[in-house]
Design a protein around this ligand. Structure first.
Ligand SMILES: O=CCCCC(=O)O
Length: 470
């Protein structure tokens, strides 16, 4: 049987080897998760909420250990790994408290004696998840989706197999019934065929995927073939627009955070910095200095700001995007190249003199690379910000929030932030438009996403219940 070997991207050293599931093991997991769903859904929602709350507590109780596992498997700096674990516990608490209200029946006045909408689970949901936030991406799906009475099959990225198995164990430790969530360990080469057969299986009702456009398109096509619901959370090339009245102290600090979180490997990181020409020179000087001051190094050291990329192929792809853009005329203001050390390292990079047709503007850059482009006015800022196939997040910075909003409203995105770094929040819906995907996670929308909004209608002419007449 194929094996999965996890590698520490900071050192290139092997961490662990896992046996991939046999087809029989996959079948057993599907059968278990399918069999568990009706009983789980039949529990009172308050009971399911208390189990989701317990999941949050289980996550908190293993905070350090979980964070270290993510550091080792995908190179996330430890401070960010701890914050990710905390956010997972928060999303469990949030849905345990608010989910029952979101999922409660809603009475609707019609011609009926009584009519209402009930939010009922779809069944088994397949979750295909990425390595970049190995816990958060799973928990933000799982907390509301399980609470709604669904069960889940998790197909995680092979490079974070340890994290994937830890999540399954946490669900067990928290006392959720067996089979509410199972992790499938699938070797990379077997993923397309296994996914296709899972989506063809009548026991699987829906799929959610966070990942690349290529994977999202293939999975959604397969789900569509079988008339199954899909949710796609794909890439992004978020604009960070700086107007000429913005406070540069605030903006420069925010621009560092917005681009270099998770060593630049985030769908909703700002990637294109669109700066008014009146302030672009000063912005660039200060931004390049701030980026040069970042500590790049051992991700297990609390002082580290930027760690390695999660895999060698990611570093190679990023290097190509940078060198091709430089060949087309971009100027390197910071970094600009791989770092010569074992592992998948790329220097925090700022590129100036960027044009719209360069790879760093046309494609998603999944690593620590910021592209800065100058614009002459608000009109051009909005146009350049919107000149992308993506539509995940966007931020606009100005001393005048109304001016920023006027620009922001002309940009297509799932989230528009003014004078704040784009970030997901359990209380607010999260998701994309255009090639960033569709569907919403988090907030009330996330609680309802994998439910059947079922209409109940009891006609006005319904005879009152009473003894049967002959
Ligand atoms: O790649 C996507 C990252 C999403 C991170 C978040 O939800 O905060």
């Amino acid at each position: 049987m194929p094996q999965i070997t996890t590698v520490n991207p900071a050192t290139g050293e092997t961490l662990a080897t896992y046996k991939a599931f046999t087809p029989q093991q996959v079948e057993a997991a599907v059968a278990e998760v399918h069999a568990a769903q009706p009983a789980w859904a039949a529990l009172d929602i308050a009971e399911r909420a208390s189990r989701v709350k317990a999941l949050g507590a289980a996550i908190r109780s293993r905070r350090e250990e979980l964070a270290r596992l993510a550091v080792n498997e995908m190179g996330k700096p430890i401070g960010e790994a701890l914050a990710e674990v905390d956010k997972c516990a928060w999303v469990c608490d949030y849905y345990a408290e608010h989910g029952p209200g979101f999922l409660a029946d809603r009475e609707v006045t019609t011609d009926a004696e009584r009519s209402w909408v009930s939010y009922e689970p779809l069944g088994v949901v397949l979750a295909i998840m990425p390595w970049n936030f190995p816990y958060w991406q799973v928990l933000r799906f799982a907390a509301p989706t399980l609470l709604a009475g669904n069960t889940a099959l998790l197909k995680h990225s092979p490079n974070v197999t340890g994290c994937a198995l830890a999540i399954e164990q946490l669900v067990r430790d928290a006392g959720l019934p067996d089979g509410v969530l199972r992790t499938l360990v699938i070797a990379e080469d077997d993923v397309p065929a296994t996914t296709a057969s899972l989506l063809a299986d009548d026991r699987v009702a829906a799929v959610t995927l966070t990942g690349s456009e290529r994977a999202g398109s293939a999975v959604a096509a397969e789900a569509g073939r079988h008339i199954k619901k899909s949710l796609l959370e794909l890439g992004g090339s978020d604009p960070f627009v700086v107007l000429d009245d913005a406070d540069l102290d605030t903006v420069v600090a925010a621009a560092v955070k917005a681009r270099f979180i998770n060593s630049g490997q985030s769908c909703l990181a700002a990637k294109r910095f669109i700066v008014h020409e009146a302030v672009v020179a000063e912005f660039l000087d200060r931004y390049a200095d701030a980026v040069d001051a970042l500590t790049v190094g051992d991700p297990s050291d609390p002082g580290t700001n930027v760690g390695p990329l999660a895999r060698e192929d990611l570093a190679t792809a990023l290097e190509r995007q940078v060198t091709d853009s430089v060949a087309m005329g971009a100027t390197v203001r910071s970094g600009g190249a791989r770092l010569e050390r074992p592992g998948a390292w790329f220097a925090p990079t700022v590129l100036a003199d960027v044009d719209l047709d360069m790879p760093v503007m046309q494609q998603e850059t999944f690593g620590p690379v910021a592209a800065v482009v100058a614009v002459r006015d608000d009109e051009q800022a909005a146009q350049v910000a919107d000149a992308t196939t993506y539509g995940l997040g966007a931020s606009v910075w100005s001393a005048d929030p109304n001016r920023a909003l006027a620009v922001g409203k002309r940009i297509t995105s799932g989230a528009m932030f003014v004078n704040a770094v784009v970030a997901s929040d359990p209380r607010l819906p999260f998701g994309g438009t255009r090639r960033s995907g569709y569907g919403r996670e988090l907030g009330e929308a996330g609680a309802l996403e994998f439910t059947n909004a079922r209409t109940y209608y009891v006609g006005a002419g319904t005879p009152a219940p009473g003894p049967a007449t002959e």
